[in-house]
Ligand binder design. Structure first.
Ligand code: ADE
Length: 246
């Protein structure tokens, strides 16, 4: 199975470049695609950049130019739920584009929306299981003190649930409430997953999204996000990504 691995920021995936054997680097537009194998499994890794357009463009290239069989996204998210703590890991069972608002079209009436009516995408059971197995193994290894580079006190909880996507960095209680009002089921919010899920569904390719909580999407979010980005995320995301290829 050939995997298209995407991260929105360099820190989230870059370290994995060293694991790629038979590495070939291809440039398309502003992006570089790192193609090769990890543990004998084919991979094409790419940095998407922030937001839904960047994510959709990357996913489309991975499918059409590199013929990947599955898409995997790893990165950070802001928590929308009091049961989640910073560092916890969320495996998506559905992805919702929370910033799409078609409510004024009033149930569409006689209109026939092309392609998608609801901007909510279910993660296929197989893709969800593969992501969950990697995350479980990562946490198991943490308990076993297998990662000297990661703080031994870091023992995250794993959550399976809905992830919200929008072209906004949510950094206020008001912003969180706005999402919660329409989508109370969502565990966390980010800026790419729902776009990748839409492209994956368009082309009939499975996709999984794994998010590590970097902040509480509140007034302190930017500080917490930056701290997590520079101190922790690379080590965590690269170890989880490696486990997707065993
Ligand atoms: N990614 C990480 N934290 C986020 C937040 N608070 N809002 C949107 N995307 C995020």
């Amino acid at each position: 199975m050939k995997t298209g691995l995407i991260g929105a920021m360099r820190e989230e995936i870059q370290l994995l470049e060293h694991d790629i054997e038979n590495l070939e680097i291809h440039e398309h537009g502003v992006r570089k695609f790192y193609e090769g194998t990890i543990g004998g499994n084919e991979v094409v890794m790419c940095l998407s950049g922030w937001g839904k357009v960047a994510a959709a463009s990357t996913a489309t290239s991975l499918i059409n130019l590199f013929n990947v069989d599955q898409l995997v996204f790893i990165g950070m998210a802001g928590s929308l739920n009091l049961n989640l703590s910073i560092g916890d890991i969320v495996v998506a069972d559905q992805l919702v584009q929370h910033d799409v608002d078609l409510s004024k079209l009033d149930g569409f009436g006689t209109l026939k929306p092309p392609f998608h009516k609801k901007f909510r995408f279910q993660v296929r059971a197989g893709a969800q299981r593969r992501a969950l197995e990697a995350v479980k193994q990562f946490v198991y290894n943490l308990h076993d003190k297998k990662y000297p580079g990661i703080n031994p006190e870091y023992l995250p909880k794993i959550h399976i649930g809905g992830i919200g996507t929008g072209d906004q960095f949510i950094a206020s209680h008001k912003g969180k409430e706005r999402i919660h009002e329409h989508f109370p089921q969502l565990l966390c919010t980010e800026m790419e997953g729902g776009a990748i899920a839409q492209v994956a569904e368009d082309y009939g390719v499975p996709c999984s999204v794994i998010r590590i909580i970097s902040d509480n999407a509140d007034e302190e979010a930017h500080n917490s996000f930056e701290r997590f980005l520079f101190e922790d995320i690379s080590k965590i995301s690269v170890e989880i990504a490696r486990l997707m290829f065993v």
